[in-house]
Design a protein around this ligand. Structure first.
Ligand code: SAM
Length: 289
């Protein structure tokens, strides 16, 4: 076991510092002070982060750390810490590691006995989640789905019956294909697209997958939040179970009863199946108590 006491030990540290996702004012006092006080800042793109540093008059030298040089930088970063230097890792925007590089680095730095300290702040995922108005928890942050349709829809199929609000990142040139995929995998669900959060053209689009929406030309950075599965919303759960049981009583097999009810209600068979299995499990548990 590794046990880190972030404030009691005087070992060189690696700070994971959250930076703004657009609006330069969305950074904490602590983050600015840490960035001013460390020996080096490792940044995804030194030009992009240069603007932030200039805005806050942070003179700390920067070194690059991005997904293409990540592995080759691990040794150099450990050497810096061994020399007693304190470091900060930042990404182009938001919280480092969240759909950004750094996860292996944290593992390596902490397993070598150095402290890794998070400096919390903005992340597009959390802003998208709270502005959605959907259940804020439990939620599942997925990040970017695969770009190929078949793979994307395979992942979505694994997520469709989860009673969790789903949070995705998507790029503007794939947003139409992305929405087509969620339409084809999910039934009626509420969705939001939060675009250009904290920036001048911030926009929140709220719609149901039943609606036809025109997303052509939608630009900028975006978070997509999809309402979680709620079996009772699709159809009164009791009604659905009653109807399956009635059919079974009439001698129809369970499989056929589920198929029939799903067909009559025009909902996915898998959803009816899951609802009925959950009910049977609960029923069995109640009888055992
Ligand atoms: N580390 C970042 C964070 O904490 O949110 C995410 C980095 S990821 C490489 C970039 C993606 O985050 C974008 O493609 C977009 O999906 C989302 N994103 C970043 N900034 C955003 C913003 N201002 N508005 C909406 N989405 C944003």
């Amino acid at each position: 076991m590794i046990r880190q006491s972030s404030f009691l030990e005087d070992t060189p540290k690696l700070y994971l510092v959250a930076t703004p996702i657009g609006n330069l004012e969305d950074i904490t006092f602590r983050a600015v002070n840490i960035l001013k006080s460390v020996d080096y800042i490792y940044a995804e793109d030194t030009r992009t982060s240069g603007q932030l540093l200039k805005h806050y008059d942070i003179k700390t030298p920067m070194k690059s750390f991005h997904k293409h040089n990540e592995t080759s930088k691990h040794k150099a970063i450990l050497e810096q810490l061994l020399r007693g230097n304190t470091l900060a890792l930042i990404s182009d925007a938001g919280t480092p590691l969240i759909s950004d590089p750094g996860e292996q680095l944290v593992e390596i730095v902490s397993s070598n006995g150095f402290s890794v300290v998070p400096i919390p702040g903005a992340s597009a995922s959390i802003s998208g989640l709270i502005v959605s108005g959907f259940k804020p928890h439990p939620y599942l942050f997925y990040g970017f789905l695969p770009s190929k349709t078949l793979q994307r829809e395979a992942v979505l199929k694994n997520l469709r019956w989860l009673p969790y609000t789903l949070v995705f990142y998507e790029s503007p040139h794939r947003i139409e294909a992305f929405v087509e995929s969620i339409k084809s995998v999910f039934d009626s669900r509420r969705v939001i697209i939060a675009r250009e959060l904290t920036k001048r053209f911030e926009e929140i689009l709220r719609f149901d997958l039943n609606e036809s929406v025109d997303l052509s030309g939608l630009k900028g950075e975006m978070v997509v939040v999809v309402e979680g599965f709620e079996e009772s919303k699709v159809l009164g759960k009791e009604t659905l179970i009653d109807r399956i049981e009635l059919l079974i009583d009439d001698g129809v097999s369970e499989k056929e009863a589920i198929k029939q009810v799903a067909h009559e209600e025009n909902v996915k068979k898998n959803m009816v199946y899951m609802t009925y299995q959950t009910y049977k499990k609960q029923f069995r548990n109640q009888n055992q108590e």
